[in-house]
Design a protein around this ligand. Structure first.
Ligand SMILES: NC(=O)c1ccc[n+]([C@@H]2O[C@H](COP(=O)([O-])OP(=O)(O)OC[C@H]3O[C@@H](n4cnc5c(N)ncnc54)[C@H](OP(=O)(O)O)[C@@H]3O)[C@@H](O)[C@H]2O)c1
Length: 284
């Protein structure tokens, strides 16, 4: 059996949907904190088990009979290492044979502030002795499109990434990669640096949005403090404003760039071009 934590999140849903194409539903476990959000998976025959990150006993119960776990990183910044460690320990308690963890691109050298918790989790996983795979996911293209209505309303894409090149990929691409790893022969100690085939700057992204909408959307580059200030002004909580500005700073430093094509090799197709993800976001 294969268990997916964070199964009701954006990535988790896509991974489960992908696995359901080739794996019998009764071999899949959705580990969730709120079972009402997983009704669609239960209807399809997936076993839905409730366990919050941090609750080692509940997680160990959720992993009973499970051979492989995909530990999708938590979104609760600052609490993630303890939460992930509880899942790793629970997987050991349950006799899991492989744990794959969704980390961040080049977690060991990245200057991104989010990389710290990922690296500490990686180190805990390696120290645990559990057979592991690290799925070091690059940026999701979707990250840039959540604010699309605001971008269109304001007539500009604002950031502080300078001319940094971003090799993002669609969430679906990362989900397919996870599904490939979870259904391949068991392996341990493997690190996949996953990113999109094509890289773009935020000016390129603005140009593509302009092309598809027929509106003039320039990219406006701010300093990092000025960008944080702007995000706070539009009501974003401090922690997220700092995180978003930091990711742009990291993009400028090259943290979001990769040209290894490991992701497209793994999923055996090109990654989703940004134009396609923008088209889907505009159609919503
Ligand atoms: N590479 C990137 O660009 C990028 C971007 C964003 C996030 N990330 C990372 O990748 C992860 C997955 O991305 P995503 O887009 O799927 O994020 P997401 O939609 O926010 O999903 C996070 C999942 O974690 C679950 N979760 C959070 N706290 C939990 C807790 N205490 N106990 C149990 N479950 C908990 C959530 O449960 P509910 O469904 O109940 O809310 C959700 O299912 C994120 O959590 C974050 O670490 C990466």
């Amino acid at each position: 059996m294969i268990a997916i934590t964070g199964a009701t999140g954006q990535l988790g849903r896509l991974v489960l949907a992908q696995l359901l194409k080739t794996v019998p539903a009764d071999q899949l476990v959705a580990v969730v904190r709120d079972s009402s959000k997983a009704a669609n998976f239960a209807e399809r025959g997936v076993s839905v088990r409730v366990a919050a990150y941090g609750d080692r006993a509940a997680l160990a119960k959720a992993f009973e009979g499970v051979e492989r776990v995909l530990l999708i990183s938590s979104n609760e910044l600052g609490q993630r290492v303890a939460q992930h460690v509880s899942a790793i320990e629970a997987a050991k308690d349950a006799g899991v044979k492989q744990l794959a963890y969704t980390s961040v691109l080049r977690a060991d050298t990245s200057t991104l502030s989010v990389a710290k918790e990922h690296l500490e989790t990686e180190q805990a996983l390696i120290a645990s002795g559990l057979p592991y795979v690290l799925l070091r996911n690059g940026w999701y293209t979707e990250n840039y499109l959540r604010s699309l209505p605001g971008v269109l309303a304001n007539g500009a894409l604002v950031g502080c990434a300078g001319s940094g090149r971003i090799a993002s990929a669609a969430c679906q691409d990362y989900a397919e990669a996870a599904a490939v790893v979870l259904t391949a022969p068991l392996e341990s100690g493997r690190i996949y640096e996953l990113a999109g085939d094509d890289a773009f700057s935020l000016a390129d992204l603005a140009a593509e949005i302009s092309r598809q909408t027929g509106k003039q959307i320039p990219y406006q580059d701010l300093s990092e403090p000025a960008y944080v200030e702007l995000l706070l002004k539009v009501g974003m909580p401090q922690v997220y404003a700092e995180l978003i500005a930091d990711s742009d700073r990291g993009a400028a430093a090259g943290d979001l760039f990769d040209d290894s094509r490991t992701l497209s090799t793994l999923i055996d197709r090109p990654t989703t071009p940004i134009a396609e993800t923008i088209k889907m976001a505009l159609a919503r």
